[in-house]
Design a protein around this ligand. Structure first.
Ligand code: SF4
Length: 195
């Protein structure tokens, strides 16, 4: 598997904000979003044994598969090996790839952050939409089914311009007040200056 990085930090976004987790960032993505904030293309080949050994250095049970797009490489063997160690397996995906051989059912949590591609994944425990401001058409996201209540998160996009970021956050707050099925997700790791 080509892995961009494995690191230990706190989950900064969404439902699991504040949870200590080991992040396994897979290299490569099937999309090319203009606002992508991860340099995921680089990476090194790691065997499943290598990955297990790296992950086992940290005390948390919570593992987050991210990317890039993890569904391009994640397989049942890695899932089974980590489950055997008692790990809680959480995947963050753009949702545009339909998972084969029931991998979606094996995972403990799936966060889908849809981009400019149809959502094909079969299970969504948490929907996290990157919000670009009041001009964004939310119709498509409103119709995506999720696993239950309190599972829809609106996350203001960080466009690196303070004034525009302020406007996007303000628009997100107003949208959520009008559509209370959504909750605000902030990138708290950026606010705190951690990874
Ligand atoms: S789907 Fe995510 S990782 Fe892939 S290009 Fe878009 S923002 Fe980057």
């Amino acid at each position: 598997m080509k892995i961009n990085e494995i690191f230990y930090s706190l989950q900064g976004e969404g439902y699991w904000t504040g949870t200590p987790a080991v992040f396994i960032r897979f290299s490569g993505c099937n999309l090319n979003c203009s606002f992508c904030d991860t340099e995921h293309e680089n990476g090194r080949q790691m065997t499943i044994d290598n990955i297990i050994s790296e992950v086992s250095k940290y005390p948390t049970q919570h593992i987050i598969f991210t990317g890039g797009e993890p569904t391009l490489q994640l397989n049942r063997e890695l899932i089974d090996r980590l489950h055997t160690l008692g790990k809680y397996l959480h995947m963050e995906t753009n949702g545009s790839i339909s998972l084969s051989d029931g991998i979606d059912k094996e995972l403990d949590w799936i966060t889908v952050s849809p981009k400019d591609a149809p959502v094909k994944i079969q299970r969504i425990d948490e929907l996290k939409v990157v919000y670009h401001g009041a001009e964004q058409d939310m119709t498509r996201f409103e119709s995506i089914p999720t696993a239950g209540p309190n599972s829809r998160y609106l996350q203001p996009c960080d466009v690196k311009t303070p004034e525009t970021n302020e406007r996007i956050i303000s628009d997100a707050i107003e949208y959520i007040k009008r559509h209370p099925q959504w909750r605000l997700s902030l990138q708290t790791h950026k606010l705190l200056g951690i990874r």
